[in-house]
Design a protein around this ligand. Sequence first.
Ligand code: APR
Length: 232
Amino acid sequence: MVENIVILTGAGISAESGLGTFRDADGLWSEYDLEDVATPEGFARDPALVHRFYNARRANCLSAAPNAAHEALARLETEWLGNVTIITQNIDDLHERAGSRSVIHIHGELLRALCAACDHRWDAPPKMSPGLLCPACNIGKTRPDVVWFGEIPYHLERIEAELHRADLFVAIGTSGTVYPAAGYVAAAQAAGARALEITLEPSAVSDLFDETCHGPATTLVPAWADMLLAQT
Ligand code: APR
């Protein structure tokens, strides 16, 4: 019996809200070099460039709205008799704006700022810039509260516990190329979960899933959630 549903989401779930994915043909990594804008070394080299990149993404995020896939997951969380937990690699807040409450941001949040000097976190202003002072320690070593390549993702212990208790693991809109998230299907299955993939194109780890469904998230996710809720 399915009680605990753990859902891993990636950039593909926000694509139809107008936010770019990373590795699709027109993705962000075809326009930017990830070494420049998504590594601690890139930030040390050119913080203004990195802030410009995240400022643009923050503006996109603020002007975007949750789509039918985000909304279906929020409804599932409300109506499902067991637990629904979302682990998202996305730094946007579209799950929260759709109404999801149990959301774990493994790669941090675009709308939060982090002080590299004292670890204080606060709501990011729409535009960040080098030298922006931390409201707690007044030192100008602030950065977006996002996890860059080479840094340790957030909430790993909590995620491990969620994967361990999952009965059903569903990956939505992720290419399965970035670890540790790409390894979660195997971890959930090892703990006894069935696994379903919903992506536009098969991911790099598609073969591991018990079931796969390929097409746009705004069509497939509401249909899947309706089907699941109809069984209860
Ligand atoms: N509906 C469903 N899936 C979609 C849609 C859509 N409308 N559009 C694209 N996709 C799928 C693609 O088929 C692909 O599998 O979404 C996936 C997007 O993959 P990536 O761009 O690699 O995004 P993601 O897997 O979230 O990337 C992981 O990489 O660069 C880092 O930190 C960044 O969190 C990100 C991580």
